[in-house]
Design a protein around this ligand. Structure first.
Ligand code: SF4
Length: 214
């Protein structure tokens, strides 16, 4: 059964998610350790640690393999204008990526926001390029940095402070963590979004990096 989440943070916009880190091969850096952005990941803290939050994500990890999954997703998006993929987790499998592409192609009335790290892996590039070529899809390749470093390929980056924002500054921090009507992440007109770091775990990561002078 499809498990979609609906959070006040996203103004009630639906999301389909998997378990963080377990489905995030892009979270591991060249040195074999978690990259900075994933070390402070919000989806490994707070409510995300509760079994009732983990269970639907684990169920989704099996459910997408069903032959009728894409059809059920398309039906679930029938009355939606926006959709966020992966509030937690990542598009870890090519099979899943091809199914998500099919859902995107068959729901042109929905603006899809797909945050990913899978562009690091060559085998995902063709399917990601097809997604990004669709007028209703914004694929955002997340930078590993929490210090505002990014390349022209990246669509989002974490910055230690709003004053260090590059591109579009996410102002959810001014609205108790809510989008509050903003839809920048879903828009192709916004190539780069800066998310100010938030949460104790992320603050600790930034503090350590700052001490090291990274
Ligand atoms: S940039 Fe806008 S749409 Fe994206 S997370 Fe921030 S408030 Fe939400």
């Amino acid at each position: 059964m499809l498990k979609l989440s609906k959070t006040s943070k996203l103004d009630g916009i639906l999301s389909w998610s998997l378990q963080a880190l377990d489905t995030c091969p892009g979270s591991i850096g060249d040195n074999g350790e978690l990259v900075a952005a994933c070390s402070g990941c919000y989806a490994t803290t707070g409510n995300y640690r509760f079994s009732n939050v983990k269970a639907p994500r684990l169920e989704n990890q099996e459910d997408w393999k069903s032959s009728d999954w894409d059809e059920r997703m398309i039906n679930a998006l029938e009355s939606q204008l926006y959709f966020r993929w992966f509030d937690s987790g990542d598009m870890y499998s090519i099979g899943l990526a091809e199914k998500i592409l099919s859902v995107m192609e068959q729901t042109p009335w929905v603006k899809h926001w797909l945050p990913i790290r899978m562009r690091k892996f060559a085998k995902f590039q063709a399917v990601l390029d097809k997604m990004q070529s669709l007028p209703n899809v914004m694929v955002r390749f997340s930078s590993d940095s929490v210090m505002g470093e990014y390349t022209s390929e990246h669509g989002s980056v974490i910055v230690p402070d709003p004053l260090q924002a590059k591109g579009f500054l996410c102002k959810a921090y001014e609205h108790e963590g809510r989008c509050n009507g903003c839809r920048a992440c879903y828009s192709k007109d916004v190539p780069l979004v800066s998310y100010p770091a938030h949460g104790k775990k992320m603050s600790k990561v930034i503090k350590i990096l700052s001490i090291k002078g990274a």
